[in-house]
Design a protein around this ligand. Sequence first.
Ligand SMILES: *[C@@H]1O[C@H](CO)[C@@H](O)[C@H](O)[C@H]1NC(C)=O
Length: 279
Amino acid sequence: MLFCMVIWLRPNLVVHCVLSKPSYMVSKEGRTAGVLDNYAEGQKYAEHSLRKLETHVRRLISSSIRPALENPLNFARIYLPDLLPTVDRVVYLDSDLVVTDDVARLWSVPLRGSRAIAAPEYCAANFTKYFTDEFWSDPAMSRRTFEGRRGRPCYFNTGVMVMDLAKWRAGDYRERIERWMEVQRERRIYDLGSLPPFLLVFAGDVEAVDHRWNQHGLGGDNVRGSCRSLHPGPVSLLHWSGKGKPWTRLDEGKPCPLDHLWAPYDLYVRGKRTALIDS
Ligand SMILES: *[C@@H]1O[C@H](CO)[C@@H](O)[C@H](O)[C@H]1NC(C)=O
């Protein structure tokens, strides 16, 4: 079984296949700047087809409420089916999370029917607030978008997704997401980056995964990034989504209580520049 994960080294992004043994090194300065320390890995990345997609996606990106969300590599998940033409299933994971369980269990969730994405769904979250009045006040857009979906459109977090790349390619989902990004450039129908176009295309058609696979929001909200505690229930994955990041808060000496769980897995190991990921 070849299965790949994407690790986003701010802002470098590396496709990490579990069967391979990559070693990424970062210095403390390089970590925040997203620069790999070991030249050979960096060179491989420079030649990667992802670089070409960066140029392509850059013209589609609109401003958002958090500049970090405008990084082209934030949109790389849309291009995984193109980047990995021989792979049929992938687990996409953001770089601001720690998996505390066997990720193969997430990888093997069944995706029924034509569903191309599996992720924890949050139907109690206020779905309305992910889109602007411009979107909701246009019935042609807001009503028609979610018509014919299997379920009620609910929020899901795009930082943890099981993606069936074969169904994705068959459904032309890349084009559908890019079309929404073009609408956004004209009409400002949402405020965040890569998440809303995913909601527009997939909400209501997502295979629901147990919430344990995305204990999200540990980075606080999108504006202030205040401390948050865990949601009730078991934890297979800790996700510092939101504005506050544990590496920043730890560096500043002002960590939130849960940030200590991040510390042992930081790519920058204090006082030691060694191979940091070696699966
Ligand atoms: C959901 O969010 C919208 C837009 O921010 C707001 O107008 C509405 O009152 C909210 N609904 C609930 C139930 O909180």
